[in-house]
Design a protein around this ligand. Structure first.
Ligand code: AHM
Ligand code: MG
Length: 334
């Protein structure tokens, strides 16, 4: 390995100096990074370690849990509960906030995570990922309750994801741009490979689960119809379509070459507010996309401005290349 390559540890030390941090935040990130390396190892070994298949249980949203959903959740809890940097944790896979063990040292941050997003892809060996969001715990609170976690996305201190794909990557923002790191399996370190990631403002690629088309609202129907009409339609250009059913892989593609990701509200899921979770998916991905120059909206409002009403609240999600998202938002205003 060339000696001039920057490890994620060096990157964090530089950031800590720049922001004159105490080191608390870097140590918390260090624990999160370790959790993601352990999950990556389990996902990599898959059937060899008996990690595939269903766990035979359901989460609070009534979705069947995979063995790897539960294992990844456990890994996150165990590696982050003892550092002393957190006041509490909340996970897509747990009904209530996780109470740190009595007597465990407590810190000023709250950690929210989706331990393994896109788990329908695990058994078929398609990319999955971990998404996380870090908030400040309200002043004076040592045993946070649900209300303490219900902060709008604009208050996030940091957001990131790990992508378990052909390579394992870790993508991070703490409000000063977006940086991507690739895991060098030989040395067990993430190396800065994608500094200053930017979402191209224009795109000719969209991602949506088109099997829900008959349930969509008018603005989404119009937007997708116009893309599909290609050179014969009002856009005058041909578009490409992708759907991996793995939000992390989808957002990573958009950060790399542009695109628009949509999981809009539709008649089938109207009562539950949407498909994707505000606290574990929409807010952290929204912060990453915005920090990379993109836009993240429900179609009706900026995702990060939403005042959360529930830990497992779901919202419509439209995010990616600025000019396409803004066009689709303008269709919602008509
Ligand atoms: P999960 O957190 O239960 O894995 O669900 C979230 C995933 C996203 O990664 C993906 O964009 C979406 O669900 C796919 O949904 P669908 O199967 O309806 O296409
Ligand atoms: Mg998820």
């Amino acid at each position: 390995m060339p000696a001039n390559r920057k490890t994620i540890t060096h990157f964090m030390i530089e950031e800590q100096r720049r922001t004159q941090g105490t080191g608390d935040f870097s140590m918390l990130l260090g624990d999160i990074i370790t959790s993601c390396k352990v999950i990556s190892d389990q996902v990599n070994h898959g059937a060899l370690v008996g990690a595939l298949g269903s766990a035979g249980s359901e989460n609070i949203q009534g979705e069947t849990q995979k063995k790897l959903d539960i294992l990844s959740n456990e890994i996150f809890l165990r590696f982050n509960e003892i550092g002393g940097h957190l006041a509490g944790m909340a996970s897509e896979e747990m009904d209530d906030p996780y109470a740190l063990p009595e007597g465990a040292p407590r810190g000023k941050y709250l950690l929210l995570f989706d331990p393994l997003d896109g788990s329908s892809n695990i058994d078929v060996n398609v990319s999955v990922g971990t998404i996380f969001s870090i908030l400040k715990c309200p002043e004076g609170v040592t045993h946070p309750e649900v209300e303490d976690f219900l902060q709008p996305g604009t208050t996030q201190v940091c957001a990131g994801y790990a992508l378990y794909g052909p390579s394992t990557m870790f993508v991070l923002t703490s409000g000063n741009g977006v940086n991507g790191f690739t895991l060098d399996q030989n040395i067990g370190e993430f190396i800065l490979t994608h500094p200053g990631m930017k979402v191209p403002e224009d795109t000719r690629e969209f991602a949506i689960n088109a099997s829900n088309q008959r349930f969509w609202e008018e603005p989404i129907k119009r937007y997708v119809d116009e893309c599909m009409a290609g050179t014969d339609g009002p856009r005058g250009e041909n578009f490409n379509m992708r759907w991996i059913a793995s939000m992390v892989a989808e957002i990573h593609r958009i950060l790399t070459r542009g695109g628009i990701f949509m999981y809009p509200i539709d008649e089938r899921i109207r009562a539950q507010g949407g498909k994707l979770r505000l606290m574990y998916e929409a807010n952290p991905m929204g912060m990453i996309i915005e920090q990379a120059g993109g836009v993240a909206s429900t179609g009706y409002e900026r995702i990060m401005d939403i005042n959360p009403t529930g830990l497992h609240q779901r919202v419509p999600v439209i995010m990616g290349s600025k000019n396409e998202v803004e066009l689709l938002v303008s269709y919602h205003k008509k």
